[in-house]
Ligand binder design. Structure first.
Ligand SMILES: [Cu+2]
Length: 319
């Protein structure tokens, strides 16, 4: 198969995605067989007996109250349903009750209108929208176990190639896991309508080689760099309401309503994939978030051009 979309459900790359894919093919085959048998019998009957004739001897024999026929149309469907039920229950059990190995990576994903917060409690990392996880190696399994929470309303976490869709429900922690066998970028999206900007609530998962992942972790664990060339922008930032909604470690900013910006430049996109992380898009975003994502919960801060430029230069130093 070529040219599959990056969010194709037909290209499973992780154990849970594989078992869901196989189950869906199995269900599809059984239902296709039922369709062929029923449609075949129907076509046969229409062709054989569809023609009205004056001679009523053409009518097939009429059967009344056959226990045999009634048993067969009761038992066969029951068997089919039992088989489908058992196959589904086995897959659900295999995914939901998989034991978490000691070497697994723990992540907490929190859905917000309209962005994703990712916390790595054991590593002391907080980031947004772009999730980094290590490749799973059979020799030393490092699957990623994700606890799913919500800060406001219902969302749904779905990376079709890596795992099934799982909801993030307020006050009801859910979990899911994935064990991708090779590196790459996997895309996904919020799959539960959560408000105006639900469609621009994209997800990006970087599956890194062990070395790349260790490097990423080291960088994320550093406090924000204090770059002397950006002091002016930092001043403006620290004296604006930005700090009530955003965190930058090592500064006065410790808000949690919006994404952590400590390592903003380590992300390829901003605003949950709504724009690329370029100086131009970043400037536009800070000036008028609505131009990028109408209805987003970040307000336009009415900064002067000078302050805006200073803040953007400051943001560019947050590697
Ligand atoms: Cu959502």
């Amino acid at each position: 198969m070529t040219a599959l979309s990056p969010t194709s459900i037909f290209n499973p790359t992780s154990t849970p995605a594989h078992s869901i894919f196989h189950l869906s093919i199995f269900v599809l085959v059984i239902t296709a067989l039922i369709f062929i048998v029923v449609a075949g019998l129907l076509t046969y009957a229409v062709i054989k007996f569809g023609q009205a004739t004056a001679d009523s001897s053409h009518e097939p024999p009429q059967v009344y109250g056959s226990t045999q026929i009634e048993l067969s149309w009761t038992i066969i469907p029951i068997l089919i349903v039992v088989v489908l039920y058992l196959a589904t229950a086995q897959v659900i059990h295999g995914i939901q009750d998989a034991p978490e190995p000691k070497t697994a990576l723990d992540v907490i994903a929190i859905g917000h209108q309209y962005w994703w917060e990712f916390r790595y409690p054991k590593l002391g990392i907080v980031t947004a929208n772009e999730l980094h996880i290590p490749v799973n190696e059979p020799a030393r399994p490092t699957p990623t176990f994700i606890q799913l929470l919500s800060a406001d309303t219902d969302h749904s976490f779905w990376i079709p190639e890596l795992g099934g869709k799982t909801d993030l429900i307020p006050n009801h922690p859910n979990k899911m896991w994935m064990d991708p066998p090779h590196a790459g970028i996997f895309l996904g999206q919020c799959a539960q309508y959560c408000g105006t900007q639900h469609a621009k609530m994209l997800l990006r998962v970087y599956v890194d080689s062990p070395d790349e992942f260790a490097g990423w972790v080291r960088n994320q664990q550093q406090p924000a760099v204090q770059d002397a060339s950006a002091t002016a922008g930092r001043e403006v930032f620290e004296h604006t309401a930005c700090i009530n909604c955003h965190t930058i470690t090592g500064t006065a900013a410790d808000g949690r309503f919006g994404p952590d910006l400590t390592h903003l430049m380590s992300r390829a996109t901003i605003a949950s994939g709504a724009a690329q992380n370029t100086p131009e898009d970043l400037r536009l975003w800070i000036q008028r978030p609505d131009a990028v994502k109408p209805g987003s919960l970040m307000p336009a801060m009415q900064l002067s051009n000078q302050d805006l430029d200073a803040i953007v230069s400051y943001m560019e130093t947050l590697r």
